[in-house]
Each structure stands twice: as structure tokens, then as C-alpha cells.
Design a binder for this molecule. Structure first.
Ligand SMILES: [Zn+2]
Ligand SMILES: [Zn+2]
Length: 321
């Protein structure tokens, strides 16, 4: 049994992919985060980052001889959070077992929306023709996902050592689910595609209270958000500035903050600059980048959530300014 809570970023970009030489450090894939909780595989969103994750899961499966079993949580159904799923290799393997959860007005709504996303002529392979065993269900705000059995179950009360609660946020067009994953007293909150409020989003701050890691939308620089220096204002688009993310992290008293959902127009230098500016507001902040792995364990959570290799990389980045 794996005794850590490990978070790996596979896609950190918002809106649309941003490949190219100017984004190699932080990466160009859209939203996808892998969470490994004591050996259980959770995946947050299925932007294009899920494509390299899928390849890696197939490699791991070949090494261990165990089929892929994963629980995939959608924050919402905007393209940058779903567009990688039709290319997720484990979904084509009959031995894979996938549990998909996300928003939807009825229990079947998520399945209908995902099916519509890849219906011919938009995509040649329908959701039904992807061979993996799939269970797809929409969640209500009051639902709690529990993992006491081999498969996840929907409950109204948290039970067992791993459970996931959600909060429906209205700070994004169409609404978005924020997830809080708890494992053995450690917690990760995934709050992408959310716009901050003046005086912070108090409901979200309460939901994220004392999390070990908060992954928060920080798409727009202050100038961009406010429409200065040639940018068109993005106020009301449903995304935050790094300052909003930092203020939320402070209000919630979280231990670490990951800036997430970087604007596709931003190159590595700009994101580094944003990261540096954010560190002046909330020192325990870093800009999420592809393949960055953060490991939390009951013993080391307070001391260092980074693996040594990542911590060194993080410090190198911080020291550059
Ligand atoms: Zn998005
Ligand atoms: Zn969105």
C-alpha cells in the first residue's frame, strides 16, 4: 500500500493548448491533474494533459500487470477540461475500469454531455465504442464520494480514509464544481475556473479551509484582467488573477497554493514573473507546471510537500528573482 498523497500536474493551461518553444517550462496542455491517494488513482479533468497521462498509465499497467482503474472528476464540461478524453488510451482497453463523475442536472446528464462531445461527425469514435468498462454519473452538491470498497460509491456522509466532497461555484459561466479530496487527514482542493470576489470568495475559503494544497485558477495577470497595457479586460470571464488566488489562500489558511489554468497567451517568462509577484503576497505559492509532482504524507506534510527533486527545482525558480 502506497502511504502518500501524490499530486502530479499533466496539464496546467487554460482555454486552449499552447504548444511551442515559449511554453516548454510550464507546458502547453490543458487542465489535467493526477492524484494518487494511498494507491487509488484519481484524475481531475480531462484536458489535453490526460493524453500523456493515459500513455503513462498504460506503461505502468504493463509494468505491474494490473489493468488501469481510475476515478475521473470533471469540474465542468468546457472544452479545455474534456478535449483530451477521446484520446485517453486506457478508455480503449476492455480491461480498464473507469468511473466518471461531474456536474449535470440529472444522474445521466454527464454521460449525455460526454457522448454529445464526441458524436460523429465531430469525432469518429462514439463514447459507447470506447471499450473500457465505464460508469458515468452526475453528482449533486450534497454527494460525497467514498472509497471503502473496491469501487467508489456515492454517499451523503464521508466515510473511510479517502473521500471527496464538492462545492458548486457560480463564479464561472455555467457553474463549476470545486473538489476537496481528503485522505488520512491530508487534503487537496481543486478550484479551477473560478473568478475571485472583492474581499475573497468566502464560501470557497470556508470549503478550502486549512487544505494542505489548494490548486486555484490564476489565469490573468492584473493588467490583463483590468484591460491595461493593450489587453482587453477579462473581468466577468470566470477566471482569477494570482492576487485573488493568494488572497483566497490566505483567507482559507492553506499550506500551499498552486497557481493553475495559465493563460495560453503567456510564455514561460511571464508565468515566472507572475509566480514571483505572487510570492510577495503569499510565500507558499508556486505556478503549476507539467510533470511537477507534489507529495504529501502524514509525517512530512508540514515540513515539505515537495519531493526533493521538485523542491530543488522550485527553489531554483524562486532564487532566479
Ligand atoms: Zn478552463
Ligand atoms: Zn471553463
Amino acid at each position: 500500500m502506497n502511504e502518500t498523497l501524490t499530486i502530479t500536474f499533466w496539464g496546467v493551461r487554460g482555454s486552449y493548448p499552447a504548444p511551442g518553444g515559449h511554453t516548454v517550462r510550464y507546458g502547453g496542455n490543458t487542465a489535467c491533474v493526477e492524484v494518487n491517494a494511498g494507491g487509488r488513482l484519481l484524475i481531475l479533468d480531462a484536458g489535453t494533459g490526460i493524453i500523456p497521462l493515459g500513455r503513462d498509465l498504460m506503461r505502468r499497467s504493463q509494468q505491474t500487470g494490473k489493468p488501469v482503474q481510475a476515478t475521473l472528476l470533471f469540474s465542468h464540461l468546457h472544452h479545455d477540461h474534456t478535449q483530451g478524453f477521446p484520446f485517453f488510451a486506457p478508455a480503449y482497453h476492455p480491461v480498464s475500469r473507469l468511473f466518471l463523475f461531474g456536474p449535470g442536472a440529472s444522474e445521466q446528464a454527464l454521460e449525455e454531455l460526454l457522448a454529445r462531445n464526441q458524436m460523429p461527425p465531430a469525432f469518429p469514435v462514439s463514447l459507447r465504442d470506447m471499450n473500457a468498462a465505464k460508469e458515468i454519473r452526475s453528482l449533486n452538491e450534497t454527494d460525497v464520494l467514498c472509497f471503502e470498497a473496491e469501487t467508489p460509491c456515492i454517499s451523503k456522509q464521508p466515510t473511510g480514509e479517502l473521500f471527496i466532497r464538492l462545492m458548486k461555484s457560480y463564479a464561472h459561466p455555467g457553474g463549476v464544481y470545486v473538489y476537496r479530496i481528503e485522505w488520512r487527514g491530508l487534503s487537496v482542493v481543486y478550484a479551477t475556473d473560478t473568478e475571485g470576489y472583492i474581499g475573497t470568495d468566502r464560501r470557497l475559503a470556508a470549503f478550502a479551509r486549512h487544505a494542505d494544497l489548494l490548486i486555484h485558477d490564476a489565469q490573468y495577470s492584473e493588467d490583463h484582467y483590468q484591460g491595461r497595457n493593450g489587453w482587453t479586460s477579462t473581468q466577468g470571464y470566470g477566471h482569477s488573477t494570482p492576487r485573488m488566488a493568494c488572497e483566497l489562500a490566505q483567507a482559507a489558511g492553506v499550506k500551499q497554493l498552486a497557481l493553475f489554468h495559465h493563460d495560453p497567451n503567456y510564455d514561460d517568462a511571464r508565468i515566472q514573473q507572475i509566480e514571483h509577484e505572487a510570492q510577495q503576497i503569499f510565500p507558499q505559492v508556486f505556478a503549476a507546471r507539467e510533470r511537477l509532482q507534489v507529495t504529501l504524507s502524514p509525517d512530512t506534510a508540514m515540513a515539505s510537500p515537495f519531493t526533493e527533486m521538485d523542491k530543488a527545482a522550485f527553489l531554483r525558480t524562486a532564487n532566479r528573482f
